[in-house]
Design a protein around this ligand. Structure first.
Ligand SMILES: Nc1ncnc2c1ncn2[C@@H]1O[C@H](COP(=O)(O)OP(=O)(O)O)[C@@H](O)[C@H]1O
Ligand SMILES: [Mg+2]
Length: 302
């Protein structure tokens, strides 16, 4: 059972409308139950902490929560909406898994009633230009949530010592705001610990990232991506609820993708363009070739 002194602190924070402290104290109580081996109680309390539906205090609430809910433009940039997930070419396995995650989020309250939460920490890896970022945006579209991308320039600024603090801010934001937070190319901060080229500070950053992943309960989704997963700390990778590979497409897959895209654009693929497409290595390459062709067609004879 939580100690009365901890509960008293929590009650005090609630009575002074200090939501940030309230949340931290509540999390401490959950952790204490976990440590004491009361896993059922911990899961139940954690479930109660996960936000569902609109917050009662979203309008005109206390200052701390308001400021947490506000977008921090130097740390997070909003990404433009994308099309639905069906517009993304995905390996069958990834599509099945992502559809399942979406179903979990759309039926969150049913899961919470059984002390379960939807999978919300996702990791996408694979070569560049194969749809990792696009998928994160499409998940936002599917769930009707805005998508924010973490700005690494702000995260890993000139003061390395501040990085852990800023990482905390990002995770806190993901907890109070129902959205998709994208940590794109996480290898920038999540490299393996103990590598000869690393300095101690970077090790601490990885540890801090791991702690935040462990403690965090995103209100929406946290998606991390990497082109070089082998460089990432394996302990960090274990923190994700779901890991999906976005492999390089075969040339047949690229041609099929290009065919679909061309018909959406209402353009016909002439042989010269098909030939160019044969050398495309990624969907992004193919998309670029189609765009050039589309421009050419539109401006022909102008
Ligand atoms: N799997 C895909 N399905 C459809 N379009 C794709 C796919 N992968 C890439 N693209 C196209 O290439 C662009 C860049 O892809 P992106 O998602 O940024 O790649 P990654 O994040 O894997 O490097 C997308 O905006 C889209 O136009
Ligand atoms: Mg990307």
């Amino acid at each position: 059972m939580a100690r009365i002194s901890n509960l008293a602190k929590l009650f005090h924070a609630v009575s002074t409308r200090d939501w940030t402290t309230s949340r931290l104290l509540a999390e401490e109580i959950v952790e204490a139950e976990e440590k004491a081996g009361h896993h059922g109680a911990a899961a139940r309390l954690r479930g109660a902490l996960v936000q569902t539906g609109p917050r009662a205090d979203e309008t005109g609430g206390g200052q701390p929560l308001q400021s947490l809910l506000a977008v921090q433009p130097d740390l997070l940039t909003v990404l433009p909406p994308s099309g639905p997930l069906s517009d993304v070419t995905l390996p069958q396995k990834a599509r099945v898994q992502l559809d399942e995650v979406l179903r979990e989020h759309r039926n969150k309250s049913r899961l919470l009633a059984h002390a379960l939460s939807p999978r919300s920490r996702l990791f996408f890896h694979g070569p560049p230009g194969c749809g990792k970022t696009l998928t994160a945006r499409a998940l936002g579209t599917e769930l009707g949530l805005p998508v924010f991308v973490v700005r690494f320039d702000a995260l890993v600024g000139s003061y390395l010592g501040q990085t852990s603090l800023r990482i905390r801010e990002v995770f806190r934001f993901a907890e109070v705001r129902a959205c998709v937070v994208l940590i794109d190319e996480i290898d920038a901060v999540g490299r393996r610990r103990g590598k000869t080229t690393d300095v101690g500070e970077l090790d601490r950053v990885v540890i801090s990232l791991m702690q935040q992943f462990d403690l965090s309960h995103p209100a929406g989704l946290l998606v991390a991506t990497s082109n070089i997963p082998d460089e990432l700390d394996v302990a960090l990778l274990r923190r994700f609820d779901l890991t999906l590979e976005f492999p390089a497409p075969s040339s047949a897959e690229i041609l099929a993708f290009a065919g679909r895209e061309a018909s959406k654009r209402g353009i016909r693929l002439i042989n010269g363009v098909r030939h160019e497409l044969a050398s495309a290595k990624t969907f992004a390459d193919a998309e670029q070739i189609l765009q050039v062709e589309h421009r050419r067609i539109l401006l022909r004879g102008v």
